[in-house]
Structure formats: C-alpha cells, structure tokens
Ligand binder design. Sequence first.
Ligand SMILES: Cc1cc2nc3c(=O)[nH]c(=O)nc-3n(C[C@H](O)[C@H](O)[C@H](O)COP(=O)(O)OP(=O)(O)OC[C@H]3O[C@@H](n4cnc5c(N)ncnc54)[C@H](O)[C@@H]3O)c2cc1C
Length: 443
Amino acid sequence: MERPGPGEDSAEPVDVLIIGGGPAGATAAALLAGRGTQVLLLEKDRHPRFHIGESLLPRNVALFERLGVLEQVAAIGVLKPAAEFVSDEHGAAVAFPFSLARDARDRFAFQVPRAAFDQVLFANAAARGARTLQQCRAVSLRPAPPGGRALVHAVAAGAERLAFAPRFVLDASGRDTFLAGRLGLREPAARHASAAVYAHYRGAEFRTGEREGCISIHLARDGWFWMIPLPDGVMSVGFVAHPTLFKGRESSMAAFLAAQIEASPSVRARMRAAERISAVTATGNYSYAARTSWGEGYMMIGDAFAFLDPIFSSGVLFAMMAGEMGAAVAETWLADPRAGRALARRTERRLRRGMAALSWLITRINDPVLRDMFLSANNRFGMRDGLISLLAGDFERPLATRGPEFAFKAAYRMLSGLNRLGLRLHPDGQLRRAPGGLLAAGS
Ligand SMILES: Cc1cc2nc3c(=O)[nH]c(=O)nc-3n(C[C@H](O)[C@H](O)[C@H](O)COP(=O)(O)OP(=O)(O)OC[C@H]3O[C@@H](n4cnc5c(N)ncnc54)[C@H](O)[C@@H]3O)c2cc1C
C-alpha cells in the first residue's frame, strides 16, 4: 500500500482532476478548461516522451479541429491516405483508400511521432487554461462519498507529497490502469491474446505514388507487422503475434524481431537496407477492459478503461473520443450527479459498442477466410467501402446504415462454410480450390 500523504483537511480542492496526460487526458483537460471548468492534469512523465501508437485515423481529424490543433498535427505528421494490407500467403497487396469511405469527412489521417504529438495535445490543454503538473504521479485515490469529494494523493518531482480533493476524477492513466487495477476491475480480453515487439528504422522502403504515406499491415504466417512511415525517413516497424510465440523464443527481443522480419518475404524485401535507430521494445499480452468504466465521482477513459489490439490503429481515436465524452460526463456530474450517472452509463455503452464493431474483425484477423476477404477487396453490397469506413474510425453508424457491415459478416459465414469444403476466395475474386499461392485453410 502507498504511504499516506497529507490529510484530507489539507487537501487542495479542485473541480476535475485528471490522472494521465496522454491523448485521453489532454483532450478532456483542453475541452473542460476551454469551457471554463477548473481542471488539474497530472502526468507522471515529462513531455516529450516516447510512446507507441503512431498511426491515426481520419475520424481523429474532426477532433483535432475541435481542439484547435489540426495545423500543429499536420506540421509534425505524415499524411495518411489509405491503409494497405499485404499478405505473404496470397503474394498480394491491396489498398483501402479513405477517398472511398462513405462519409466525405473521412478522406485522410496522419501518422505521427507520438512524443511530439502528445506534447502538442498536452501543451494545448495548458494553453486553454488547464493547470498541468508533470513528473507528478497519482499514487492513491479514495473515491468520493455521494455528493462529496474524492481524495487523491500524488508524488511530485523531488518526492514532494501532494493531496487533492476533486469533485470528479477522470482516470486517463493508459495501460497503467490506475483505477481498474486498484479496484480489481481489469479483465483480459476473453477471445483475443497478442503481444508486440517494435522499433524505429531508417532506410526501409517507403511506398510511393498513390500509396505514399499509407500504413502497411503485412499479414505473415505467425502474426502481422505494421510498417508506419514517419517524418525524416523513419519507419516504425512492429510485429504482433500470440504471446506463446514470444514465450517460446530462445533469443533476445532484438534478435526475435530481426528473425520475424527475415521470415516474412514481403517485410524482408522492404527492410533490406534498413538500419535500426531505436531500442527494441516489447509489450506483453495486452487486450483488456475494465468491468465497468465509472463509479461514484469518477470515470476511466482511453486505455485506462479498455485496450483493443492495434491492428486497425484505433487506440488514439478511442482515447480522444473517450476524452471528449468523459469531459461531458464530468461537467454534467458537477452540475447534477444524477444526470452525470445517466450520462456515464450511456457513454460506456457507446464506447463498448464502437469497440465491439472492431473486435469482431480483430478476433478473426488470423483466420484465413477473413484474410482472403481483405485481400480480394470485394465491393459486392458495398462491403469494401463499409470496411474502409470502419478503417477510417466510423464506429458509430446507426443500425439502419450498417447494411455493408452485415453483408460482410454474412459473406464471412458463407465463405467459412465453403472453406470447410476446400474452396478459398482468391485475390481475383474467384472461388477456387486452395493451391496457387494459398496455403490450405487452417495451416
Ligand atoms: C504495440 C502497440 C501499438 C499501437 N499502435 C497504435 C496505432 O498505430 N494507432 C493508435 O491509434 N493506437 C495504437 N496503439 C494504442 C495507443 O498507444 C493507445 O491506445 C493510446 O496511447 C491511448 O491513449 P491514453 O491517453 O488512453 O493513454 P496513454 O497514451 O498511455 O497516456 C497515459 C498517460 O498517463 C500517464 N500516467 C500513467 N499513470 C499515471 C499516474 N499514476 N499518475 C500520473 N500520470 C500517469 C502516463 O505517463 C501516460 O503519459 C498501440 C498500442 C500498442 C501497445
């Protein structure tokens, strides 16, 4: 347990206290402060600091506009016009250009060095009037009694102990899951397990022409890679697979990543002249959600609430969406706790629904049938364009306009049945028996 800090009586009153100055916390802080609410934002680190999660989605752009940071993000980022899927098994690549997304606002996104990006968001929160404390770690929280204030202890640089009495707390502590961990609410994803290893390189082959700037997802035998182009000729490369593959390795993480690159023909070809310019980092089995995202006087937002496998680059968007929604919950709660509880309930439902739309794809990403469908990029019933909209971050479509998504799922079920009879969908859109570059299903 943490050493007790200053007592309740000496705790400094604040309206909203936010734990964590990543995209979720900085978004919430900027919006709350901009609308006149007193906010304190605590960040245990000091910006700029490294973070993984560099590929953003078109739906982020409207959020940047609302925060007033679009120009700054554009200045530090690489324009991302599409997501590309490359398959070693199929020997093919297919691009999903955002220009085909159903919503005209979803035309492009950015890829960003997160150190600079997170600093922009954090500085924006301060510029809009949030009080920010860096190198200040929240260490304990006693939730508020109904209508009262919580008690939060923090440790600042130099080991100074601080106490705050907030009326509402937003936990935006990321994968540290400050509250979910302490309250025993964190649960690993039931149907999906993965781990990642990644590093930055110079000299990797960049896409050119129409695919310039796009993220490449390379589907390999044992998992998948991301290749994310960043400014100054830097390429972020990561490999994601089931944790058992990582546990069974006999070499260092750096050697393991190099071996995986070597084992994938499509990644190897692009990395021939590449030189690693960063340390190799690994993140363990990482998909989880808290059983509930809120309680009396607090709400968890971003990764502090839930984390999805990053294959569709959705983490920062969900974090910023949750930051925006969490700010609304906090404001409502301050004015009327009953209305705040109702909004918190609706907000959690909204976030879970958005995540469920992606989880369906994520849990099947190593399934040969789903991979066949991605690589054939078939647009019957608008399925491809529906998929592009999902890849753009359009997670909140009303039921009535989700026909393409349902058609995609129905096609998946039909193709799964045909797959059991030995038939596979080929990149040319034809159904044939497995050979011709395709491995047998399930191999
Ligand atoms: C391998 C991998 C690849 C990914 N790739 C992508 C991608 O391509 N695109 C994408 O959108 N997302 C990606 N993500 C997800 C993305 O990184 C996260 O979803 C996103 O950063 C969440 O933002 P956040 O603000 O919730 O948390 P974070 O960005 O983690 O911020 C949390 C902040 O809280 C601070 N903090 C923690 N505890 C305390 C405390 N006790 N007191 C004070 N401060 C505290 C931390 O220092 C940190 O700055 C990836 C994730 C992983 C693991």
